[in-house]
Design a protein around this ligand. Sequence first.
Ligand SMILES: [Ca+2]
Length: 386
Amino acid sequence: MLSHLKRLSIVMLAGICAAPLPVLADAKSDYEMLFGKEAKQVSATKSTADDAVFAKKLLDAAKARTDAPKTQLFLYEKVVEFGRRDATGAPHALEAIELLIRSQPSQKAKWQEAKLNIAEKQFQNSRGAVSSPKSPSTAPSPKSPTSKFLTLDLGKGAKMKLARIPAGSFMMGSPKTEKGRKSHEGPQHKVTISPGAPGFYMGTTEVTQEQYEAVMGKNPSLFKAPKNPVEQVSWNDAVEFCKKVSASTRRTVRLPTEAEWEYACRAGSKTQFCFGDDAKQFGDYAWYHANSRLKTHPVAQKKPNAWGLYDMHGNVREHCLDWWEKGYYAKAHATDPQGPASGRYRVVRGGAYGYPESGCRSATRDADAPDYRINNVGFRVVVWPH
Ligand SMILES: [Ca+2]
C-alpha cells in the first residue's frame, strides 16, 4: 500500500487550477478522492485566487459523484477550507487526514500510512529535494496540544515563544453602539475557531527585528532595535518568513486569519478592548498615539491579554492571512472563516503606535496591498498542531 501511496501526490492544495482533474471525475477510491495520481501533481500552495478556483473545481468534481457519501463531501469541504487557509505548503493535508481517521476509525492504519507519506512529501517540498528525503520518523514530535507554550528555534540564537489559544466561539465584529465603530465591523456574528481541535498557538509578541533577521537575513525596519517589532514588511514578506520557518521547523507556521486574530485578541472579552471598555487603562496595554512618541517600542513591555499575548492593541498593525472585503461579515462562514476567495488588499489588524485607541480596538479592521511596506505594519504568526 505504501508503494502505491508513493505514486500519489497531493493535489488538493496545489495552485494548479489549469491542470485537468480526471482523477476526481473517475475516482474509484477514497485515496483518489483526496489525492491525484500524476507524479507531477505536487503541493505548492499559493494564497492567490488560483487556489480558490482550483478548490472550487475540486469540490465541484467531488459533488458530481452522486454516489459519494456525505461524509466524503464534508471532508472535501474541509480540505478546501484548509487549502485556502494555508499559505505555507502542504501541512493542512495532515489535518485532513486527521479528519479521515476520526470519520473512518476502522481505516486508521491506512490513513496513518497516508499521513507518513504526506509528511515525507512535505519535507521534500520544503527542501526542494528530489530524492533521499529524511525519514518522516525523524520529524520533531508535535508538542502536546495541551502545552501552554511552544517555542520555535529560528536559528542564529533567535527563538520565538507562542501561547496556546484554546478552541472556542466568540462574537466577531463590534456592536453598533461601540464608540469609533465602522460599518465594516458588522454585522456581529458568532464564529467558532478550530471546532473539535485542541486549538492552536499564536506568537506572544509581534515578530521582532531580531527574529526576522535570523530567518530572512535582513532587517528592513525604520525604527531599528532588535526587540522592537519588525516593520516595513509587506504581506508577501511575512508569508515568505512563514514559509522559511515552516521549512526549518517542519511545522505549519503561517499568518493568522482575521478571525483567529480577533478571537485571540479578545481572549474571551466582549468589550472594545481585550481588558474592558475603560480607555483610561489603554496605555497599560498598548503603545498608541498618546504614549508612543510616534515610534515602535520593544515588544512585551505592556500588559498581556488574558491568553498571554502582548501588543495586540497598538505598537504595529499586524498582517492577517485573509483578503479584505468590506462586506465580508454578512456572508462569512461561521466556522474557521477564511476570508473572501480573492481581492486587492489583505487584512491588517490591531492599530499602531500613531493611532488613537478607537483605531486599535479588538474589532478594528484595516487593509493594505500585499506588496505594500510601511513603518507601522508588522505581523505575528500562528502554528497549528498536526
Ligand atoms: Ca500590534
